[in-house]
Design a protein around this ligand. Structure first.
Ligand code: NAD
Ligand code: UDP
Length: 324
C-alpha cells in the first residue's frame, strides 16, 4: 500500500481531537470510505461537523469495549480510542483501562477479520518519568505501576504488548505510534492539558497555573504534523514502535510565556503543586521516524499556537481552566 487513495479506513476514536483531524485528512487525500467509531466519552460529534453530508464518511456511536463490527471491507484500522488527558483518565480510570485492554483486543480482532493494517495510537507515557533523555524507542521506560497515571500508562503498555502478540501469533500487520504531546484546534478547553488551559487563561486575562516550579519540560507537536506521521506509518511496513512528536523541547514556565506572547495577554505565573508522577522531562528522539517514514514535524510553535488560539477565540473560552 503506498497511498490511502481508494482505501477503506476505520478510525476508532474518530470524534476526538486527533481522530477528527485524521478523518478529515484521509478523505482529503482520496480515501474511498472513512468510518469513525466513537463512544463520545471524551470526544464530540461536532468535531466531525465539517464532514456531515460527505457521502464517503460514516460516524458510528459505539463503545469498542462492547465489541466491534463494521460492515464491508477495511484496509486500515486506526485505534485512537482512549481518554488521553490526565484529568480525563483519572476520572475515567476504569473506562481507560478497559478501552486499552478489552477495547484494543476488539480493535485487533476487527483488523484480523478484515485483513487490515492496524495502527495503534500509543504514547510517550510508555516511557513514564524517563531516566533517559531524549527518549528513543529502545528505552523500556520508568513507569510507576500503582501511581495515578498508571491507569493510562499501563493500559497503553498492555495495548502495545497485545498489538505485538497479534502480529506475532495471528499475522496481523501492525504499527505502533508513540505519540508525544500534540496540540491544536478541537482540544477541549476543559480537558486540563497545558495547551488549552494556558491559552484559555491568556484569553481571559487570568494567571497561568504552572504546576511545580515549571522547570519540567515538554515538546509540543502540531496536530497536522502528527496526522501526517500517522498516515505515513500506516503505509510503511514497520512493526516496531515509532516515536511521533516534535523534538523542540521547552520548560512549562517558558511555554506559559510563549502563550502570553502569542495571545498578547494573560496574568502572572502562579505556582501550584506538581501532580504526583508528572514526568520531569520529555523529548522524542525522532531519528527512526525520519529514517523509516521520511517524516519530521514542520509546523513551528508560533504558527501552531496561532491556529489553536484562533480556534479558541472562535468557539469561546469562558469555560474550562486549570485542574489544580
Ligand atoms: P481525545 O480524548 O480527544 O480522543 C479520544 C477519542 O476516543 C474520544 O473521541 C473518545 O470519545 C474516544 N473513546 C474513548 N474510549 C472509547 C471507547 N471505549 N470506545 C469508542 N471510543 C472511545 O484524545 P486525543 O488527544 O485525540 O487522543 C487520541 C489518541 O492519541 C488517544 O489514544 C491518546 O492516548 C493518543 N495520544 C494523544 C496524545 C496527545 O497529545 N493528544 C499524546 C499521546 C497519545
Ligand atoms: N501543566 C501545568 N499547568 C496546567 C496544566 C498542566 O503546569 O494547568 C503542566 C503539567 O504539570 C505537565 C505539563 O504541563 O508537566 C503537560 O501537562 P499535560 O496535562 O498537557 O500533559 P502530560 O504531558 O502531563 O500528559
Amino acid at each position: 500500500m503506498n497511498s490511502v487513495k481508494g482505501k477503506r479506513v476505520a478510525v476508532l476514536g474518530g470524534a476526538g481531537f486527533v481522530g477528527s483531524h485524521l478523518c478529515e485528512r484521509l478523505l482529503a487525500v482520496g480515501a474511498e470510505a472513512v468510518i469513525s467509531v466513537d463512544s463520545l466519552i471524551t470526544g464530540a460529534a461536532e468535531n466531525l461537523s465539517g464532514l456531515w453530508g460527505e457521502p464517503r464518511f460514516t460516524a458510528l456511536t459505539r463503545d469498542i469495549v462492547d465489541g466491534l463490527e463494521v460492515d464491508g471491507p477495511l484496509d486500515i484500522v486506526f485505534n485512537l480510542a482512549s481518554p488521553a488527558s490526565p484529568i480525563d483518565y483519572a476520572k475515567l480510570w476504569l473506562e481507560t483501562m478497559r478501552t486499552g485492554s478489552i477495547g484494543t483486543e476488539h480493535a485487533l480482532g476487527l483488523a484480523e477479520r478484515k485483513r487490515a493494517v492496524f495502527v495503534q495510537a500509543s504514547t510517550s507515557e510508555i516511557y513514564g518519568d524517563p531516566l533517559i533523555h531524549p527518549q528513543a524507542e529502545a528505552y523500556f521506560g520508568n513507569v510507576d505501576p500503582t501511581g495515578p497515571r498508571a491507569v493510562y500508562d499501563e493500559a497503553k503498555r498492555y495495548a502495545e504488548a497485545l498489538v505485538s502478540a497479534f502480529r506475532r501469533n495471528r499475522g496481523v500487520s501492525t504499527r505502533i505510534a508513540r505519540i508525544f504531546n500534540t496540540y491544536g484546534p478541537r482540544m477541549r478547553l476543559d480537558d486540563g492539558r497545558v495547551v488549552p488551559t494556558f491559552v484559555a487563561q491568556a484569553l481571559r486575562g487570568e494567571d497561568f497555573t504552572v504546576f511545580g516550579d515549571g522547570s519540567q519540560t515538554r515538546s509540543f507537536c502540531y496536530v497536522s504534523d502528527l496526522v501526517d506521521g500517522l498516515m505515513r506509518l500506516a503505509l510503511t511496513e514497520v512493526s516496531d514502535p515509532v516515536n511521533l512528536g516534535n523534538p523542540d523541547e521547552m520548560k512549562v514556565r517558558d511555554f506559559a510565556e510563549a502563550v502570553r506572547r502569542a495571545v498578547g495577554g494573560g496574568g502572572k505565573l502562579v505556582f501550584k503543586p506538581l501532580p504526583q508522577g508528572d514526568p520531569k522531562q520529555r523529548r522524542p528522539d525522532v531519528a527512526r521516524a525520519r529514517e523509516l517514514l521520511g517524516w519530521q514535524p514542520r509546523v513551528p510553535l508560533e504558527q501552531g499556537l496561532r491556529e489553536t488560539i484562533a480556534f479558541f477565540r472562535q468557539v469561546g473560552h469562558s469555560r474550562g481552566g486549570a485542574r489544580a
